[in-house]
Design a binder for this molecule. Structure first.
Ligand code: FAD
Length: 400
């Protein structure tokens, strides 16, 4: 029996495992064992953490058992990976020990890096890390009588680029509904020179923010948080006072790959940005938040990358090597601007994000994507996605 190991049963890893099982020729399939390893038994739908924090959605609605999201022939190991050795083609785990592989896909996501900013952990409430953390924001808001709410980007990089901006708008919706706007101010703080990184999207969404009296502080490089004084202090010595702090922390790659030869200076896995092969290896791939591919760290990215990687691996196993599959860098990040309106951040490696007007239709599209998420993991909507994304879905090139 040959082995394909997938590290991480999140968006990218789960899609990868299911798509591979479908793509490997049924005659050959019996010779291959696909194994997903995840330290958690549960898979969370992360985009709705925002709605736990600002709309009071219940966290238990966002989880499903990972086993139930994988086809029966895929093995699921509830275990923690401690090391990957690409040279000896082995993975070490806490419980199962050393596992050999023929192909590997590394998809363990990213995690908050609070150590980068002194005082942030003690002062911040964070909707990014878990729904339980997000719920603390809602509990705080319910008992608040108003004040200075500081939200935004504490440091880069982080996953889901629009989420800090969305938090400002969803907070505004909450304060409006509770008639607390008169006693409150929302201050959006970012190290970027604009409200949002993509200029076309920034132009549109900044206007909406200003119309809602959301104050925007750009180019603020957070150095530390003065916990007692309740203020942010920038590297340039500027200060911003807060009563409530709901910032998105900077993120890092999981610790088990720290210092490995296949990571870059910032700790992300060095991949070829189109094939997603780990530099120097033909049978090792990385997808999702953990790579250094110059695109958004988002679920949709992990989804499209999984399509590329599984097509490549399946062709090799099926002895069909006349095609090359390439990730286009496509982003498709929904960006809520409050009052049930949204824009989408849509771009590729070759095309910057284009301007999109906020609309109820886009808001509904985001909701629909959330509703179909669980079936998407088993590939139920692949044909619809291919039509919807067109040439951006992935580039297929005939080898000479
Ligand atoms: C608030 C918020 C809103 C978001 N909104 C959107 C959105 O609207 N659209 C969008 O596309 N994306 C969104 N995202 C981002 C999206 O959820 C992530 O980018 C996506 O889940 C990344 O997929 P992944 O497979 O790389 O990692 P993940 O889905 O995070 O999965 C990683 C898995 O690896 C496991 N793992 C980690 N370390 C180990 C280890 N040592 N051993 C075993 N297992 C391990 C973890 O337990 C986890 O299950 C949002 C994220 C947040 C937090």
């Amino acid at each position: 029996m040959k082995n394909i190991i997938i590290i991480g049963g999140g968006t990218g890893g789960t899609m990868c495992a299911n798509a591979l099982l479908k793509r490997i020729n049924p005659k050959t399939r019996k010779d291959w064992q696909i194994t997903v390893i995840d330290k958690s038994e549960y898979h969370a739908f992360q985009p709705d953490y925002l709605h736990v924090a600002f709309n009071g959605m219940k966290p238990d609605k966002l989880f499903k058992k990972e086993r139930s999201l994988l086809f029966a022939k895929i093995k699921f190991l509830h275990d923690t990976v401690t090391k990957v050795d690409l040279k000896s083609q082995t993975v070490a785990t806490e419980i199962s020990g050393i596992l050999p592989y023929d192909y590997i896909v590394i998809a363990p996501g990213s995690m908050p890096n609070y150590d980068m900013i002194p005082g942030l952990r003690e002062s911040n409430l964070d909707f990014h890390t878990s729904p339980q953390d997000a719920e603390k924001i809602y509990e705080t808001l319910k008992t608040s009588i108003g004040g200075r709410f500081v939200v935004g980007v504490a440091g880069v990089p982080y996953k889901c680029p629009p989420s800090p901006n969305e938090s400002a708008f969803l907070l505004h919706d909450f304060l409006k509904k509770r008639k607390m706007l008169d006693n409150s101010s929302i201050i959006f703080v970012t190290p970027y020179p604009k409200f949002y990184t993509a200029p076309a999207i920034s132009e549109i969404t900044e206007k909406v923010a200003k119309a809602k009296n959301i104050e925007i502080v750009t180019s603020f490089n957070l150095d530390h948080v003065d916990v007692q004084g309740k203020k942010l202090v920038s590297m340039e010595g500027n200060e911003i006072k807060f009563d409530y702090l709901f910032m998105v922390p900077p993120h890092k790659a999981p610790d088990f790959i720290k210092g490995e030869e296949f990571t870059d200076k910032d700790g992300w896995i060095k991949v070829d940005k189109t094939s997603l092969k780990i530099e120097g290896y033909e049978n090792a791939f990385a997808i999702g938040d953990v790579t250094n591919a110059p695109t958004a760290k988002s679920g949709m990215t992990a989804h499209l990358e999984a399509e590329v990687v599984t097509s490549t691996i399946a062709d090799q196993i099926n002895n069909m090597s006349d095609k090359e599959y390439m990730f286009t860098g496509r982003t498709h990040c929904p960006f809520e601007v409050g009052d049930q309106k949204a824009v989408f951040v849509i771009g590729t490696y070759d095309r910057p994000a284009i301007s999109v007007n906020p609309s109820f239709e886009n808001y509904m599209l985001k909701k629909i994507m959330g509703k179909i998420y669980w079936s998407t993991l088993k590939g139920s909507f692949t044909d619809i996605f291919k039509i919807y994304f067109g040439e951006d879905y992935m580039k297929v090139v005939k080898k000479q």
